[in-house]
Write a protein that binds this ligand. Structure first.
Ligand code: IMP
Length: 422
């Protein structure tokens, strides 16, 4: 397979983990390049369910190599927990899992600050995952972060950590929070460092050596386009570039080495956390929650749900350069009489075909809907595109036309065999 960047075309939770798992079969390496343990990829293989937050889900295919690139922020004890969990289930990591020495660490003060700050925002809260993502990226950009490579140098790490705990305890105190214990954080980090050391390396060199040998790569995006720090619905976003450019800066693999961008989108829309969602609908939210669907893999929070928003996805197609699209969760729409699709917005009565960059204007957007007839037969057991109900195929064709993309994969459930190539 060509070197491919996979991105979420909506607000995250598009079912990327499942598509990544499916595509991993066709590549040599899977690379993660942004975000941290705020992501949650669920993969079901046979009777086993795996929820991965940091480790690329490609790790579940025995012959594939997986890389956590420099752009990821890593909670070291969380990563160790995931590695140990996988090893207990019989997944081998040695020789096929690599961690960038330039990836920044998420430390307990980042998590404490993340929670304290978001709570203090009251109704304007972003609703972060409280995984310390924003504060860790703040330190990276402010050039006072601690990197994985630093964790491998005990004396340097101790001095740096001592200084950062002192600074951040003062901030926590000002926010009315309890100070954190340096000794406890240090001991936890040292324990994690012992487990991580054999896997930490210069992943830029590793990836380039692999490219020289013609290895094919899948860059797995976390979160989604509208959570991107630059192109999302700022400030209701995450703190990294979840769009395709982030795959290059976050791995050290240049754009000229990339052949294709694949977008993943749900057949409807969901969002967790704060911020506007023009096509939100109580009807579809209630229906999906009653089916036991659309609860966050990382936080367990119910996701807000809405009709498919073609205006938003068109924006995602622009900023990511999406060639092909994978549509997931089609089966979530089974049994509906009528399915709506948002084809334009109205702002103060004026129609627009674009996502406004200003959050207040975005909050004012009213959806302009087109209706499509639904299908009454379940789709979750269907394995060939041509066997889908006619109205389901018409719906998918309309989504491709409305977003200007080629529909290449359709998914009708979480399992590997519930995936069909168009
Ligand atoms: P943070 O990334 O924890 O700072 O959260 C910022 C916003 O992004 C919040 O609205 C989160 O709910 C959302 N978010 C972060 N990661 C994910 C994800 O993997 N899926 C969906 N939403 C996410």
């Amino acid at each position: 397979m060509a070197n491919t960047i996979l991105v979420g075309a909506q607000w995250g939770d598009e079912g990327k983990g499942k598509i990544i798992d499916y595509l991993t079969d066709k590549v040599d390496m899977v690379v993660r390049s942004q975000g941290g343990a705020n992501a949650g990829h669920t993969v079901i293989i046979g009777k086993k369910q795996y929820i991965l937050h940091l480790i690329p889900s490609g790790i579940l295919r025995p012959r594939k190599k997986c890389v956590i690139g420099n752009g990821v922020v890593i909670d070291a004890p969380q990563l160790v927990k995931e590695m140990t969990g996988l090893e207990r289930k019989g997944v081998r990591l040695k020789g096929r899992f690599f961690i960038s020495d330039c990836a920044h660490l998420v430390l307990p003060y980042h998590k404490a600050l993340d929670a304290a700050r978001d709570v203090s925002k009251g109704k304007k809260a972003i609703g972060t995952t409280k995984r310390g993502i924003g504060p860790a990226y703040e330190d990276k950009v402010a050039r006072c972060g601690i990197r994985m490579g630093d964790l491998m140098k005990p004396e340097y790490f101790e001095a740096k950590l001592r200084e950062r705990v002192k600074v951040n305890n003062a901030v926590l105190k000002a926010l009315g929070e309890k100070p954190l214990s340096f000794a406890k954080i240090h001991a936890e980090c040292m324990k994690a460092a012992r487990k991580l050391a054999p896997y930490v390396t210069n992943t830029v060199v590793l990836l380039h050596k692999a490219l020289e040998k013609k290895a094919s790569m899948l860059f797995e995006g976390a979160q989604g386009t509208f959570l991107d720090i630059d192109h999302g619905t700022y400030p209701f976003v995450t703190s990294s570039n979840a769009t395709s450019g982030g795959a290059c800066t976050g791995s050290g693999v240049a754009p000229s080495r990339i052949d294709k961008v694949l977008g993943v989108m749900k057949a409807y829309t969901t969002r967790v956390g704060g911020g506007p969602l023009p096509s939100a609908s109580d009807d579809i939210s209630d229906m999906l929650h009653n089916m036991g669907r659309e609860f966050g893999a990382t936080t367990g929070r119910p996701r807000r749900c809405g009709w498919f928003d073609a205006v938003a996805v068109r924006h995602a197609v622009m900023v990511n350069g999406i060639d092909d699209m994978a549509v997931t969760n089609l089966d979530g729409l089974d049994g509906l009489d009528k399915i709506k699709v948002c084809v334009a917005y109205k702002i103060d009565g004026k129609r627009t075909n674009y996502v406004p960059s200003d959050i207040d204007s975005f909050a004012k957007c009213e959806p302009v809907y087109r209706s499509f007839p639904g299908w009454q037969t379940p789709t979750d057991k269907i394995t060939r595109y041509k066997d889908l109900p006619l109205n389901a195929r018409k719906y998918l064709k309309a989504l491709a036309e409305l977003t200007g993309t080629r529909m290449s994969i359709v998914s009708v459930g979480p399992a590997r065999d519930q995936t069909m190539v168009v």
